[in-house]
Design a protein around this ligand. Structure first.
Ligand code: ADP
Length: 160
């Protein structure tokens, strides 16, 4: 059985993340989305909220599960028995960071292979941070996130 882990902040889970998860779920028997508890980022959603939103977004994908984690991603991979770590790659934004991450991951866990899926053309420009900024400024983000997430973003923005 092949297991892959797809780690990230997922603050919140976007249609770009969902696209990568769907495609990875076709490649592996089991995909574990790992939601990192304490990313070095200004968060809109706490850990439980990020997990809940991701769970709703992937509810129709039977071989996908969602877990939170605190430590190293390689430890999460070890815990869930993953052979592969999946990441998404947008052409303009991600290469250098993901390349460094792949090198570090290889150093920490030589048997864990990192696989980057190219972002689909319609999601190349989409980042969770950009959509949070648009939402805070009153823009509509419905086309960029699963419907449950859109509701949650609206509530957050209204309550600030
Ligand atoms: P991190 O803080 O670890 O970068 P993110 O939640 O921002 O976590 O992203 C998780 C992964 O999903 C990263 O590999 C990122 O490059 C990828 N990703 C983010 N947005 C998109 C998108 N629109 N299309 C494809 N992959 C994406």
């Amino acid at each position: 059985m092949t297991t892959a882990v797809y780690p990230g902040s997922f603050d919140p889970f976007t249609n770009g993340h969902l696209d990568v998860a769907r495609r990875a779920a076709r490649l592996f028997d089991r995909l574990v989305i790992g939601i990192y508890a304490t990313p070095d980022k200004k968060l809109m959603f706490d850990l439980d909220e990020r997990v809940a939103l991701a769970c709703v977004a992937v509810a129709s994908l039977p071989n996908v599960e969602v877990r939170s984690y605190h430590g190293l991603t390689v430890e999460l991979a070890r815990e869930v028995g993953a052979q592969v770590m999946v990441r998404g790659l947008r052409v303009s934004a991600d290469f250098e960071f993901e390349f460094d991450l792949a090198m570090m991951t290889h150093k920490l866990s030589p048997d864990l292979e990192m696989l980057c899926l190219m972002a689909s053309p319609q999601y190349q420009f989409l980042s969770a941070s950009l959509l949070k900024e648009v939402a805070r400024l009153g823009g509509n983000v419905d086309d960029w996130v699963p419907s449950g997430v859109a509701e949650a973003v609206k509530k957050k923005v209204e309550n600030v």
